[in-house]
Ligand binder design. Sequence first.
Ligand code: ADP
Length: 566
Amino acid sequence: VAWYATSSLRTFYLEKTRADLKARAILVAAIATNDLSPEKWSRLDSLAKKLGSGTSTRITVMLAPGKVIADSASDPSAMTDHSNRPEVRSALQGKVGHSTRHSYTLQRNMMYVAVPLKQNGRVVGVVRTSTPVTFLRHTLRGHYLEILGAVFIVALIAAGVSFLISRRLAGTIEEMKRGAERFAAGDLLYRIGGGPSEEMSGLAEAMNRMAEQLHERLLTITRQRNELEAMLSGMVEAVIVFDTDEHIIRLNRAAEKLFHVSAEEIRGRALQEAIRNSDLQRFVKRTLGGGGPEEGDLAIPGQTSRFLQAHGSIVRNGHDRLIGAVVVLNDVTRLKTLETIRKDFVANVSHELRTPVTTIKGFLETLREGAIDDPENAERFMNIAIKHTDRLSMIIEDLLSLSRIEEESEKGKILLEPGARRDVIKAVERECHDAAADKNITLESQCDDSVVVRINPTLFEQALVNLVDNALKYSEPGKTVQLNASRSNGDVVVEVRDQGCGIAEEHLPRIFERFYCVDKGRSREIGGTGLGLAIVKHIVIAHGGKISVESTPGKGTTFFIRLPEA
Ligand code: ADP
């Protein structure tokens, strides 16, 4: 704008000056037309000088083609022919000529305008007016300075306004940046303030909405994850999730316990290095390789081997692409053990029953084949058969009693009564008294009145009789068997202590199993079935107690029954 204004101004001034010069030239030409004869030249020259000084214009009058006859600024006679000047040339052709150039006469830049002097339609001379253009420069410079000043002020105002606007904008953008950083850091409840403009407010609002939605989605994801976590950790089954490269993605608490690993440590690691179990590795490979659910049996070898039933299924993402597998492991060790116990039990029962039945059958056949006629042998054979029949009935009696106790205990049918238990201890002592006396063994018992416990007197008496009976059976004559009941650390402890042959350490963990005998021959000889301690153990369990044994071979054995005090 400044450039345009200045150049317009300059053009305007030049045009105006040129028009002024032309007007003056025309006026002078009107006066000069009548003074062109040589005798009037001096008058014309003085007139030119007078008019020129009064109007700050140089006035030159010349005859065609170029002789100067009057000049306001110098002596016309000293001046050269002016016909070669461009403005004069134009005027001589009847037109108005003009030119701006340096004047050698006046030594400055001048604007010249020349008009033709006509007489009878013929160009007889030229009137030229001129004025220095330096004054123009001065005038224009003043205007230029004003414009520059205005430009400067406008620029200053514009800069100030721009600065204020940009500062407000930058402040809003800074606030949005801060907000975005807070969102990124997880503070999704933070809210960005509205901006100064509609667009900024809209952007802030959109960002706030985004944060709100993110917050809601995060809450949903967290809730779902917590539910999943709770479900997984509450599961008894071990659950392990793998990716397609057999790397562990996650596992639940049951799996950590089963394989003695920590989820934190093995997450993301390859199965081969995280859990060294070839069965599991094979099963995972099979699951990832096959299309459908897989089932299999795995074993974890070790001191306490564990048997697992595995279910594996593959996991696909939303685009039906295989992304891994889930393996659920069921610990069936207990079931397996129970199965083994059941099988062993059937084998044991059959074996225990077969021996007396075979013996009885053998003697009966011998009798039928003639031995019956030999009264002496017949009597002996029949006594042996009766003895084996007694054993048969004893085994059956014990088995029935065991299964009855187990069943009643499971159904909670065993009635426990609280009370002082001196009477029970005394009853056991009375019951075993004769057997002890027969073997010349001293039977001692001790029980405080303060011992109060919840028991089923009949069953508990049966258990104690079994223990005392064993103590008597495995003790030599002259020894002592003690039956004590006392309180200890909030429990009631019943001890049956003997000074008999004792039990070797390797047998101790097994003596409570059904049909387990340390020495089968000896046990049978003294009328044992191998079921006595199993019955005792079940009675104690039915009372919510625990049974344990300590024994030193050659020195004696002590059985401890620990029951919660009533
Ligand atoms: P049994 O009817 O053969 O005695 P039990 O179940 O009562 O069967 O006992 C299992 C085994 O434990 C017996 O064969 C015997 O070797 C051992 N035993 C039990 N009590 C004693 C004891 N007081 N002293 C030494 N050995 C014992």
